[in-house]
Design a protein around this ligand. Structure first.
Ligand code: NAD
Length: 260
């Protein structure tokens, strides 16, 4: 379905981004990976997913907190892949602290990586998408783009901001073939959440398994983690013809979190 398209997935060396990259490759899209850490295993996984379509997999290690490195990554996409058709703004970090104790540099980093990076990639990808009159921008927000949780001021502010950016980008391009939407996951068991489970176990003097059950029980009625593969399938759906007029939505996949 996506043969001939190129997808750039930020923060795709791990977790949700990697799951989405695999699903897009399985539909035939060429994929540009981005993120920190060793890219060997993520690259092999995405190549294996796209093997039957002979997809091309690239990588750029831009730090998403730095506008100049993001510009380098977009120039690489243009030069080696002919531009970006599907932009998945996924890179993100978490930091937990009350507002009055929140370290200023952590606030700045969360806002830069979780919010401003999506502005920079989008502003650089949009001219090429509009020229082709086809494009998909998918912003990984969160249930925390819709509701708050104590201790997560920067993350919640950034994710609410991502949903605002999503709506405006969708409206500005509503008469074109370029759509922009947000995906809002609940708990997904990735390194980002594993750290919160480990911290909770240490803080409350309980086992990691108990902390996992408590974590789900507090917020996610299904008591099941959402998976990167399920989120990848939602991203594929948004890239399908059925997604042509899905514009500016914040679509939660959260085991019932925000239905409460
Ligand atoms: P993760 O920690 O598994 O992966 C994060 C990815 O971002 C990694 O590839 C990492 O290398 C990359 N990254 C981090 N900082 C970066 C930077 N400065 N520059 C470039 N890459 C950087 O996290 P995840 O859980 O897969 O989260 C992915 C996205 O989904 C994030 O935006 C997160 O806020 C969102 N999300 C996650 C959950 C969850 O429960 N895990 C829920 C809702 C939303």
């Amino acid at each position: 379905m996506l043969k001939g398209k190129t997808a750039l997935v930020t923060g795709s060396t791990s977790g949700i981004g990697l799951g989405i990259a695999e699903k897009l490759a399985a539909q035939g899209a060429n994929v540009i990976l981005n993120g920190f850490g060793d890219v060997t295993a993520p690259r092999a996984a995405v190549e294996a997913s796209g093997q039957t379509h002979g997809v091309k997999v690239g990588f750029h290690g831009a730090d998403m907190s730095k506008a100049s490195e993001i510009a380098d990554m977009m120039a690489y996409a243009e030069k080696d892949f002919g531009g970006v058709d599907i932009l998945v703004n996924n890179a993100g970090i978490q930091f937990v602290s009350n507002v009055e104790d929140f370290p200023i540099e952590k606030w700045d980093a969360v806002i830069a990586i979780n919010l401003s990076s999506a502005f920079h990639t989008s502003r650089l990808a949009l001219p090429g998408m509009k020229a082709k009159n086809w494009g998909r921008i998918i912003n990984l927000a969160s249930v925390h783009g819709l509701v708050g949780s104590a201790g997560k001021s920067a993350y919640v502010a950034a994710k609410h901001g991502v949903i605002g950016l999503t709506k405006v980008t969708a409206l500005e391009n509503a008469k074109t073939g370029v759509t922009c939407n947000a995906i809002c996951p609940g708990w997904v068991l990735t390194p980002l959440v594993q750290k919160q489970i480990d911290d909770k176990a240490a803080r409350e003097g309980i086992t990691v398994a108990e902390a996992q059950v408590h974590l789900l029980g507090e917020k996610q009625p299904s008591l099941q983690f959402v998976t990167p593969a399920q989120l990848g399938d939602l991203a594929v759906f948004m890239c399908s013809p059925a997604g042509d007029n899905i514009r500016g939505v914040a679509w939660n996949m959260d085991g019932g979190w925000v239905a409460q």
